[in-house]
Design a protein around this ligand. Structure first.
Ligand SMILES: Cc1cc2nc3c(=O)[nH]c(=O)nc-3n(C[C@H](O)[C@H](O)[C@H](O)COP(=O)(O)OP(=O)(O)OC[C@H]3O[C@@H](n4cnc5c(N)ncnc54)[C@H](O)[C@@H]3O)c2cc1C
Length: 409
């Protein structure tokens, strides 16, 4: 019979969430074991090679605004040098009046300096992106290949142990440790701390320790369109990333008479079918017209020529679930990243490493991360009897600490 392995810290899942957290733990000098059901990292939602990142700027939902600002700052620090296609334009909504000065004040009030987001008129937008639509320009926004990033984060390291091709079937308690049970029902890995970053599968894994999380699948399809250089679309295509209702990448010349252009994505709730669909391509053709404000464009000239389909994991309240589970000391959760895998992975890496390794939260606090924001992300927001924010939200579940004044500033 195989012997149970022992590790101090185990991460379940080698998607962008698990890989970022494991990498942060290594960077702080600790050993970590990553357990992944698939044969390689990033085979799930994180096989996405065209993910974009920028802060959220719409009015309302102040916590989301603050959290995306912090997540974006951390993501730029972690991956900014690897961005493909730097710079993103978010055009103003059609039919809404747009004033550069008013928008500039709004961005400043959100704590976004002009390096993060600046209001631009149509002429400046055209210069930056090829699209003459006033809006907000994110100079430091960009696109990341999640699959490549996962592999880089889990590069060989003397303190990193990766076990691929091995799924965890359940978690069970063993005194002040946790045991990961394999698919044959055997006690497989014993650990003091377990970080569950298994996307939608976080739900059954936590159910095995009687924790119920409201996670659901949201299917998404990106479409790659082939466009003839003689098409009327050709003169309207962007030279930078454009986002709004959906997003698109800069158009690229793929062969002599053709252009390749990616537009996404559909948002199909409670759907986990990864087969490409013609209806989703049609949906993306409509999004394409909306993003470029080119309603008269002939949709049939956007010829579907490949797709990426993934299944996002989303929580009931649309915020990610990141943090310690005080009800199950030693278990941490990082899931429900929805369409913001880059921002939430960067944030989860810092927050969970601080909680699991009893860090001082200094960087997060300096960026404006408060106990209230931690409580908005904490898994126990869905559970009865959650601790009040000032006591439990930032703290590790094994050693409660709150950042002290001078150190935290
Ligand atoms: C169409 C689409 C467009 C998107 N666009 C963007 C975007 O522009 N920007 C952005 O930031 N994000 C975007 N996202 C979201 C992003 O892709 C996800 O948020 C992110 O990949 C989720 O990462 P994860 O690590 O949480 O989950 P996953 O990548 O799914 O990783 C979970 C891992 O856990 C493993 N696992 C599961 N169960 C077990 C088990 N029992 N034992 C062992 N291992 C297990 C799985 O094999 C998998 O590797 C998009 C998603 C889609 C679908």
């Amino acid at each position: 019979m195989t012997q149970t392995q022992h590790h101090d810290i185990v991460v379940i899942g080698a998607g962008i969430a698990g890989a970022s957290i494991a990498n942060e733990i290594l960077a702080r000098g600790h050993a970590v074991c990553v357990v992944e059901g698939a044969a390689t990292p990033a085979t799930g939602c994180s096989s996405h090679a065209y993910a974009i990142a920028h802060p959220h700027i719409a009015r309302g939902s102040p916590k989301l605004l603050q959290l995306t600002r912090i997540g974006f700052a951390l993501a730029v620090a972690r991956w900014g040098k690897q961005w493909n296609h730097k710079g993103i334009l978010q055009p103003a909504k059609k039919g809404h009046t747009f004033d550069v000065g008013v928008m500039g004040d709004h961005l400043e009030a959100l704590g976004l300096d002009p390096k993060m987001a600046k209001a631009v008129n149509a002429a400046t937008a055209k210069k930056y992106s090829g699209i003459a639509r006033a809006g907000v320009w994110f100079p430091d926004g960009g696109m990341l290949n999640l699959a490549e990033s996962c592999k880089a984060l889990l590069n060989q390291h003397s303190k990193l142990n990766c076990m691929y091709g091995s799924s965890v079937a359940a978690i069970k308690e063993d005194g002040d440790h946790w045991i990961l049970v394999d698919e044959d029902g055997r006690d497989w890995v014993r650990a003091k701390q377990v970080i569950v970053a298994a996307g939608l599968n976080t739900k059954p894994l936590l159910a095995s320790v009687q924790i119920k999380l409201p996670l659901k699948p949201v299917r998404g399809q990106l479409s790659f369109f082939k466009i003839n250089t003689t098409s009327t679309w050709a003169a309207h295509l962007p030279s930078a990333i454009i986002c709004g209702d959906g997003y698109c990448l800069p158009a690229e010349r793929s062969e002599k008479d053709a252009i390749r252009w990616m537009v996404g994505s559909s948002f199909d709730e409670n759907d986990d079918d990864v087969e490409p669909r013609t209806t989703s391509d049609c949906f993306n053709q409509e999004q394409a017209a909306g993003l470029l404000d080119f309603d008269e464009g002939d949709r049939s000239e956007l010829i579907p020529d490949g797709q990426f389909v993934g299944v996002r994991c989303v929580a009931g309240d649309r915020l990610p679930i990141i943090g310690a589970l005080p009800q199950r000391p030693g278990i941490f959760v990082a899931t429900a990243f929805g369409s913001r895998g880059i921002l939430w992975s960067a944030l989860a890496a810092k927050l969970i490493a601080d909680q699991a390794l009893a860090g001082d939260f200094a960087l997060l606090t300096r960026l404006g991360f408060t106990a209230d924001l931690a409580a908005a992300l904490a898994p126990d927001r869905f559970l009865a009897g959650a601790l009040p924010p000032s006591l439990g939200a930032l703290a590790s579940n094994s050693k409660p600490i709150f950042p002290s004044g001078p150190k935290a500033k």
